[in-house]
Design a protein around this ligand. Structure first.
Ligand code: HMG
Length: 442
């Protein structure tokens, strides 16, 4: 069977940044370490006044098509995953295609365009749709362009405010991909939940603490479902485990949950038993509460072991590097985590020996659904990852003062929509120039 997967990636960050420990924390009267150590965040990305989900997505897609030398005729499908859409009818992919058609000779009339919604997991769902379309043989040799783009803003004063971010990840899904092949095995955990939702409102209503429990519960179910088709996951067979990263502190918890889960009934559990005992079995406890208490104690002990800390440092920590400096990008977040992991592999000097290695990808969206699947690294991975210009983009972000941050927040609040001067100058890119005239390029 021909491999199908991700052939190329481009990342586009919002051009502004908010320094959480030095600018945000003092004005909130909070200890900076709550952000850096607790949540695991340094800075958040924000869109300048002429950026939005369309411009960030279109700019990422343009660089991707240019770099790969791809013409519109070679793209058969454009799917945008977002939870920041401003149009209840026209999908954001039509706005993005409109931008791209200004700069290419061809057009995307032949391309099937859509918008995928299921909170943050929809970026992965759009990739799954593209995979299925290619596997079904309906792509006529064409590639799918998948763009995950969001401005993840919360109401001012909401506890989620510290986790904000904005950016887009564009991905090309093809046969014989250069970066990763997607496996056919997937596992899901899905349930109607109301801890994070945006019913006809721009900013989410969030029960932050509950949202963390729901994330972990759905991830556990997805892992169980995945193992039922793919077999048990041996921790040492996973090179990296990129998870949806609303903030790195969440993935610190998810990593521990996942490790506990995948090591039960394995030689790793036997190896750890002398030091921390065996994992609690539900059948040995009189109530669910007593069992959960025992699990919690086991995980506290597990967290302190060299075995777990080594696995976390090698497999999870490297996936958090970009998230730490950009915040939550909602639909793009897990795809940034994958990119962080692969950048880490480049830094380690890996090349051909990394081909065939496995990524265990955990996607999650509030509302709520988790998906676990695995991916296999392909021979062109290093060249593709080295082509990313994300370091340059991050280094050139404008550093907002707190007052400027409050203005930027209002610019991107549809209810307020204040007029504020741009902080940076557009440079050969798509810019937002006002409703009805929004597909312009400077
Ligand atoms: P909070 O209540 O302000 O923070 O907001 P906290 O008091 O819980 O502190 C956060 C962490 O910092 C804690 O760590 C503290 O101990 C630690 P933990 O105990 O959990 O390991 N801390 C400190 N550490 C060192 N020095 C200090 C210090 N002070 C505190 N001085 C909350 C946290 C997550 C609730 C908030 O940010 C929030 O509401 N975020 C938005 C919701 C969210 O991100 N949920 C995550 C799961 S749901 C999800 O991922 C889906 C999502 O992406 C949306 C989608 O799918 O579309 C959100």
């Amino acid at each position: 069977m021909t491999a199908v997967g991700i052939d190329a990636i481009e990342i586009r960050t919002g051009k502004l940044q908010l320094d959480l420990p030095n600018t945000f924390a003092p004005r909130k009267g909070e200890d900076p370490e709550k952000y850096t150590k607790g949540l695991g965040l340094e800075t958040s990305s924000f869109p300048d006044v002429y950026e939005d989900i369309v411009t960030m997505g279109a700019n990422a897609a343009k660089r991707l098509l240019d770099r790969k030398g791809i013409e519109p005729d070679e793209i058969g499908r454009i799917d945008v995953a977002t939870e920041s859409a401003f149009d209840h009818s026209k999908p954001v992919s039509t706005y993005i295609a409109g931008c791209l058609e200004q700069v290419y000779d061809g057009d995307f009339r032949h391309a099937n365009k859509g918008e995928r919604k299921f909170a943050c997991v929809s970026g992965t769902q759009a990739i799954d749709d593209a995979y299925n379309w290619i596997r079904a043989g309906r792509n006529r040799g064409r590639a799918a362009l998948v763009i995950a783009t969001d401005t993840a803003l919360y109401e001012r004063g909401d506890p989620g405010e510290a986790t904000q971010g904005a950016g887009a990840v564009a991905m090309l899904v093809t046969e014989d991909p250069s970066i990763v092949e997607l496996s056919t095995d997937q596992g899901y955990g899905s349930m109607d939940e109301t801890d994070f939702l945006k019913p006809n409102q721009q900013f989410p209503s969030v029960d932050g603490k509950r949202s963390m429990q729901v994330y972990l519960a759905r991830m556990r179910e997805a892992l169980e479902d995945y193992e039922s088709v793919a077999g048990a996951v041996e921790p040492d067979t996973v090179a990296y485990a990129p998870f949806h990263t609303p903030f790195p502190g969440m993935v610190r918890k998810a990593g521990l949950f996942a490790y506990r889960h995948i090591t039960r009934n394995t030689p790793v559990e036997d190896e750890l038993a002398d030091a921390i005992g065996r994992q609690p079995r539900e059948a040995d406890y009189e109530s669910r509460e007593a069992y959960e208490e025992a699990i919690s104690e086991y995980m506290d002990a597990l967290k302190g072991t060299d075995r777990y800390q080594g696995w976390y440092a090698d497999t999870i920590e490297p996936t958090l590097e970009l998230s730490r400096v950009v915040g939550n990008w909602y639909t793009g977040s897990v795809h940034l985590a994958r990119a962080s992991a692969l950048r880490h592999a480049v830094e380690r000097g890996l090349d051909e020996e990394f081909v065939g290695e496995r990524l265990l990808v955990g996607s999650y969206g509030s509302g709520a659904q988790a998906e676990i699947h695995s991916e296999t690294v392909q021979p062109g991975w290093r060249e593709e990852i080295e082509a990313l210009d994300v370091d340059e983009q991050l280094a050139s972000r404008y550093d907002l003062s707190f007052e400027e941050y409050t203005q930027v927040h209002e610019v991107h609040d549809y209810d307020k929509s204040v007029d504020v001067e741009a902080f940076t100058a557009p440079d050969g890119e798509f810019v937002f120039t006002g409703w009805g005239r929004m597909n312009e390029r400077t």
